[in-house]
Design a binder for this molecule. Structure first.
Ligand SMILES: Cc1ncc(COP(=O)(O)O)c(C=O)c1O
Length: 382
């Protein structure tokens, strides 16, 4: 089955009892047991819920893995994955990883003895060098947030296989429609489903897919033990969003490519980060491991004073955290998503105070270009 068909037909669709074509929302916590101690596959909704199972099956199939799991947020999903490790274990992580991921590892998981070294995973040699005897996983975001750096998944996959450790990929930015990390050697793929998978800024959720059933069982044990599950209403909303994932991703990508090309030639912009630009250092790699470049662009408008002038001119780009929805959003990473990363570290990574990140929506491209253009005109004319 091709991905766009899978989005509609994969997993458990409809309802056998009534013929309803949409999976019912099983708003239920417990299930009648035919005999004490025997159940029909569902006994308590923390352990499993049919609406959640349907969602977990769709993401499993889209990522081409063995098992899927749905959590109450991307951070709950990431934390559950980290709970596969023990005190004393070490993880090698992408250096400009999402700020919340950096925070949970450096301020929460460190308290229970799980620590990380942050390296530029776009350099496989740096990954190799950072692996210690106690390293249990390499955790990658590609492209990264907000600088859109690309990591060679196959190269890191070879390193993790050789070291007999796990490769974990946060696939939030490209989604399985454009990138399937398990095909390149990942053992675990995870998502902030709040973003493109949901796609409508109306649900917070996290999804995880494991490449093997054995890993899936370990993760289900953590999920059931710690309880950070996604509820049935939100599972249904996510599934509804995912039915149009293919169409939306194509539209995000097409709009983003045009906006990136426009920004690239604009005199008010000092740097543009978008993997679809041939000038982007990860462009060739992106073409080999992904089928699209996504809808995220970052660009530098120089001085911090320019930021508020530019933002105040925009009508279609909403200033907000988050990304990946039908409407275009704009953020200032240093003040917003990455504010929890210390300033000196941010600067070392290239996340300057004038860096702007846009999540390009699926509005008409002419309107989006017009909005950006008049915002930038305020800088060049001011
Ligand atoms: C790449 C990435 N991973 C994980 C997360 C965390 O997900 P959530 O906000 O759903 O907890 C985010 C949130 O912005 C993200 O951008």
């Amino acid at each position: 089955m091709k991905p766009k068909t899978m989005m509609i037909h994969s997993g458990i669709t409809g309802d056998e009892k009534t013929g309803a074509v949409s999976v019912p929302i099983y708003q239920v916590s417990t299930y009648q047991q035919p005999k004490a101690g025997e159940h029909t596959g569902y006994e308590y909704s923390r352990t499993a819920n049919p609406t959640r199972t349907a969602l977990e099956t769709v993401i499993r199939d889209l990522e081409g893995g063995a098992s899927g799991y749905a959590f109450g947020s991307g951070m709950a999903a990431i934390t559950a994955v980290m709970m596969l490790f023990n005190s004393g274990d070490h993880i090698v992580m992408t250096d400009d990883v999402y700020g919340g991921t950096y925070r949970v590892i450096t301020k929460v998981l460190n308290r229970i003895g799980i620590n990380a070294t942050f390296v530029d995973t776009s350099d496989p040699e740096a990954v190799k060098k950072a692996i210690l005897p106690e390293t249990k996983a390499v955790y990658i975001e590609t492209p990264t947030n907000p600088l859109l750096k690309m990591t060679d998944l196959k190269a890191v996959g070879r390193i993790t296989k050789e070291a007999n450790i796990l490769m974990i990929v946060d696939n939030t930015f490209l989604t399985p429609y454009f990138q399937k990390p398990i095909e390149h050697g990942a053992d675990i793929v995870l998502h902030s489903a709040t973003k493109y998978l949901g796609g409508h800024s109306d649900v917070v959720g996290g999804l995880v897919v494991t490449a093997t059933e054995a890993l899936g069982e370990e993760l289900h044990f953590v999920q059931n033990s710690t309880g950070g599950i996604l509820g049935p209403q939100d599972s249904w909303l996510l599934m509804r969003g995912m039915k149009t994932l293919g169409l939306r991703m194509e539209a995000h990508h097409q709009n983003a490519q045009k906006i990136a090309e426009f920004l690239k030639q604009h005199p008010a912009i000092t740097r543009v980060f978008y993997p679809g630009l041939s000038s982007h250092p990860g462009h060739e790699l992106a073409k080999t491991q992904a089928t699209g470049f996504g809808g995220m662009i970052s660009f530098d408008i120089g001085k911090e004073e320019n930021v508020d002038t530019f933002l105040s001119q925009l009508n279609l780009f909403t200033i907000a955290e988050s990304l990946g929805a039908v409407e275009s959003l704009i953020s200032v990473p240093a003040r917003m998503t990455h504010a929890s990363i210390p300033k000196d570290r941010r600067e070392a990574l290239g996340i300057t105070d004038g860096l702007i990140r846009i999540s390009v929506g699926i509005e008409d491209i002419d309107d989006l270009l017009h909005d950006i253009k008049q915002g930038l005109d305020a800088l060049t004319n001011g």
